[in-house]
Write a protein that binds this ligand. Structure first.
Ligand SMILES: NC(=O)c1ccc[n+]([C@@H]2O[C@H](COP(=O)([O-])OP(=O)(O)OC[C@H]3O[C@@H](n4cnc5c(N)ncnc54)[C@H](O)[C@@H]3O)[C@@H](O)[C@H]2O)c1
Length: 469
């Protein structure tokens, strides 16, 4: 469904009217096009004297051909960047701001006491007005739960307040994230930085992401433009909406896609499968024998590399008015089925080594919603499953993550009454709904063979919706 207000507010007359009436003026978000560079524009790097991730950052910036400049508080960046063969320079001369930049990256891993937070103020105070529209801000820290000293843990935890506020404050569709990198996981950072710096993450903002040390930290793909080449990917609910987009984006990234949907959706399912040169399976995943049938299919296929649990349903009613079968159906399809399928695939060895399981939750599962006790329970349960199962799957080299979409323009949200739909669309830092592609891009980042250090994460694709923030 198209957002006519966004189109209007970006027309010459609409922009004037929106200004005069003080209405929000959502920007047209940049979205990734196949073959595009990771980042178009300069990255400004900041940090403190004790920053620990600078060598890892220099390696990634070299790999993505990024042009960098150093903030005045980080003179050591110049030598490091030169040694890594990067184009670099200093940002600003004698207190005068330098060029506009596409991204700010601040390495906060060296901050071990709240008294050192001034380094953050200095950097962001200088740089906040110099980020281009649709720019990116990334703060890197150490996971507070792994810090030995309470003061260090306190300082690292404090970073969340900074990044979430910046995500609200910077406007111009600038996305801001905090990435906690475990000690020893420095080499596992590239896939996450590539995603966050690029237009792929256009509708992801205000998130906290953890990169951990993995049994199988993942290998850099031979070709970063087709990281899923040779991978077999199952996508449930693939006949339309977000699922169809996941299939398309996975295929764009080189995957062989197996599209699944209910038998009633066979025609549109086959159309999507044909479009992505993949296969289709017509099956109701809620059926009792579905998990074993899927394990059979995966084994017959030589094992699957990625499973995306996207199929989902709503049956909205207040709990007092809800019929029991509405409760059962939603919890079964959205949650119990995913648990049973994962168990069957793992127990029967139907997933290949380094497999990725990705679930689709919802911000309703985080914030709750009137009339959605069944749906919110199921989607919160998905988060519980990701967080509780990820540590069990990690020793097998399998990662488990979830995306939690906010308002995404699909048939599901087109059916929402007008006033509620407009509220859902505008009540976020981007003042607009996301597109199915935005969810699909986040799923592809989780699916990457280089994302072995990314597990147990729940990342909202919601433009920093105020719901449940
Ligand atoms: N659209 C949004 O704004 C939004 C927001 C948050 C979460 N989500 C979640 O994203 C996912 C996709 O949403 P969408 O908007 O594309 O929905 P959609 O209704 O357009 O698509 C869902 C697909 O899942 C399929 N499906 C449902 N039950 C199934 C079953 N038992 N077996 C096999 N397939 C089944 C449907 O046939 C349909 O093709 C869902 O899990 C949804 O809860 C969507």
């Amino acid at each position: 469904m198209s957002d006519s207000y966004l189109n209007f507010a970006n027309s010459a007359m609409g922009a004037k009217l929106a200004n005069a009436l003080g209405l929000p003026k959502p920007l047209v978000l940049e979205r990734y096009q196949a073959g595009q560079a990771v980042i178009q524009g300069t990255v400004m790097v900041g940090g403190s004297a004790d920053s620990t991730l600078l060598p890892a950052l220099a390696r990634v910036f070299h790999s993505i051909n990024a042009n960098t400049v150093a903030h005045r508080q980080l003179p050591q960046w110049m030598a490091l960047a030169n040694a890594a063969g990067l184009m670099t320079g200093r940002w600003g001369i004698e207190d005068q701001p330098g060029e506009k930049v596409k991204a700010l990256v601040f390495d906060a891993t060296g901050l071990s006491d709240s008294s050192q937070s001034t380094a953050l103020y200095d950097f962001f105070h200088d740089a906040a007005r110099s980020v281009l529209p649709c720019g990116r801000v990334i703060v890197l820290g150490r996971p507070p739960e792994a810090c030995k000293a309470p003061r260090q843990a306190t300082m690292q935890r404090a970073l969340e307040g900074l990044t979430r506020s910046l995500a609200n404050e910077l406007k111009k569709a600038i996305a801001v994230q905090l990435v906690y990198v475990a000690e020893g996981a420095e080499t596992a950072l590239e896939s996450t930085l590539r995603f966050l710096l690029s237009p792929r993450s256009t509708y992801v903002s205000g998130q906290v992401i953890r990169v951990s040390v993995a049994v199988d930290a993942g290998l850099a793909p031979a070709d970063w433009t087709a990281p899923l080449a040779g991978k077999k990917v199952l996508v449930t609910g693939a006949s339309r909406g977000i699922g169809a987009s996941i299939a398309e984006v996975m295929a764009r990234e080189g995957a062989e896609v197996i599209c699944l949907d209910v038998p009633q959706a066979l025609d549109s399912l086959n159309a999507v499968a044909q479009q992505v040169a993949g296969k289709s399976i017509a099956m109701d995943i809620g059926a009792a024998d579905a998990p074993q049938l899927l394990a059979d299919a995966a084994l017959a296929d030589g094992g699957w590399d990625v499973v995306v649990h996207n199929a989902g349903i709503t049956r909205d009613k207040t709990v007092a008015n809800m019929q029991p079968h509405f409760w059962e159906m939603v919890v079964n399809v959205n949650l119990s089925t995913q648990e049973r399928i994962n168990e069957a695939l793992v127990e029967r060895g139907a997933l290949k080594s380094g497999a990725r399981i990705i679930c689709v939750s919802s911000i309703s599962g985080i914030a709750g919603n009137v009339g959605q006790t069944n749906y919110a329970l199921s989607k919160a349960g998905v988060i519980g499953m990701v967080q509780s199962m990820a540590p069990h799957l990690a020793p097998l080299g399998i990662t488990l993550n979830a995306v939690a979409p906010g308002f995404i323009e699909t048939a599901m949200t087109a059916a929402v009454p007008f006033a509620l739909r407009e509220a859902g669309r505008r009540m976020n830092s981007m003042s607009q709904g996301g597109l199915p592609q935005d969810v699909a891009e986040a799923i592809c980042w989780f699916a990457s063979p280089a994302s072995g250090g990314v597990t147990g994460n729940v990342v909202r694709v919601c433009g920093q919706s105020i719901m449940g923030a």
